[in-house]
Design a protein around this ligand. Structure first.
Ligand SMILES: Cc1ncc(COP(=O)(O)O)c(C=O)c1O
Length: 373
């Protein structure tokens, strides 16, 4: 029974499935952890030094709500160089999650429908629900590609927003330029808001990222430092879009998060100058190691070219994803069942943001659990 003081909306945040998995994991002595949604490389030293220096030189109070001017200017310069759109403005936020909260509360009215692709990032349905909206899911199995005709068919007079995430969590799929261009055009044609979550934009291995904002200048884009620089605990991100929307998001930030963590904004400025291409190249190699290893073991894996996740299908006869993951955990391997990210419980998410030795240990368990073995 929930506590009687709790609002009805709290029933949207049920994490009992994932909690069960992590309760099991907590009892493990030497887990093979391929469940992690953050890079395994250390934060580059100059970024750490900049954070320490900012604290030491007393940049510990509130910053401007919009973000410290040098960081905002650096981000704005990048955005202008990429999109060249006169009306596009940026706001520094408390992580990409902070940007998502501000965007959802600013765009979605009670009863509005929000189109999300299934599988989706775990936060989306909860955030849509928090704003009083309703998630309309577009099934993308088995290849996790965007079918714009399916999106068009799902549009109703109540459709307010389309949420795109590419490269995607949990599938690692990067939408093609054609898919993104058509989606951007569809949103413009129906005057539906479009939000593009580009937090994994630096982790594209085979193609360049296609952003819908290139074709639809009203698109709101959320992005952040968490994944690119291994600073998930710093809570630093940004959002850019039409000035009138960014103004409202800024006001809402004033009444909620107040500002992004101030000293870390100074470190963010240094991060933007830091080359992470070697890490990205290493992850591309690990992607190959993981995908080839899974396919050799008989797993069905959709092609993936971004982020650091793979979303294979549970083999025929191996039960639901939750059952399969429970068996994996009994064998020391920590992975996440698809039901956390989807209406279906048929796939599992595996992260290759781990050392090649850990990936190889994980594959060993998966070979053991595969009917082909
Ligand atoms: C698709 C996606 N969006 C947003 C986030 C949140 O990122 P942040 O740490 O910047 O809040 C994550 C984190 O896992 C993610 O996978």
């Amino acid at each position: 029974m929930p506590h009687p003081w709790l609002a009805k909306r709290t029933s949207l945040f049920d994490s009992s499935g994932i909690r069960k998995v992590f309760d099991l994991a907590a009892k493990m002595s030497d887990p093979i952890n391929l469940s992690i949604g953050q890079p395994d490389f250390p934060v580059p030293d100059p970024i750490k030094e900049a954070a320490i220096e900012a604290i030491r030189t007393d940049n510990n109070g509130y910053s401007l709500t919009q973000g410290i001017p040098p960081l905002r200017e650096a981000l704005q310069a990048r955005i202008d160089a990429e999109y060249g759109q006169e009306d596009r403005r940026v706001l520094v936020t408390s992580g990409t999650s902070g940007a998502l909260v501000l965007a959802m509360l600013s765009l979605v009215d009670p009863g509005d429908e929000v189109i999300c692709f299934d599988p989706y990032f775990v936060m989306y349905p909860a955030l849509v629900g928090m704003a009083g909206g309703k998630c309309v899911l577009i099934d993308t199995y088995p290849d996790f590609r965007i079918d714009v005709e399916k999106v068009a068919a799902a549009i109703t007079p109540r459709t307010k927003l389309i949420l795109l995430n590419s490269p995607a969590n949990p599938t690692g799929v990067v939408a093609t330029a054609d898919e993104v261009r058509s989606l951007a055009g569809l949103a413009a044609e129906h005057n539906i808001a479009l939000l593009s979550d580009e937090i994994y934009r630096d982790f594209c291995y085979d193609t360049q990222l296609a952003s819908p904002a290139t074709w639809n200048d009203q698109t709101l884009v959320v992005d952040g430092f968490s994944k690119s620089y291994g600073v998930t605990g710093w809570r630093l991100g940004w959002v850019h879009g039409p000035a009138a929307i960014i103004d409202k998001l800024t006001m809402l930030q004033q009444y909620t998060f107040v500002c992004a963590p101030h000293p870390l904004q100074h470190a963010g400025l240094v991060a933007l100058e830091t080359d992470i291409s070697q890490h990205v190249a290493d992850y591309a190699t690990r992607r190959d190691l993981m995908v080839n290893g899974l396919r050799d073991a008989g797993y069905e894996v959709a092609s993936t070219s971004g982020a650091f996740y793979v979303f294979p299908k549970v083999p025929e006869g191996a039960g639901t994803a939750t059952e399969f993951v429970t068996r994996a955990i009994e064998n020391q391997l920590l992975i996440i069942p698809g039901s956390i990210f989807s209406q279906r419980d048929t796939h599992f998410r595996i992260s290759y943001a781990a050392s090649p030795v850990t990936i190889e240990r994980g594959l060993e368990v998966l070979r053991h659990l595969s009917p082909v073995s």
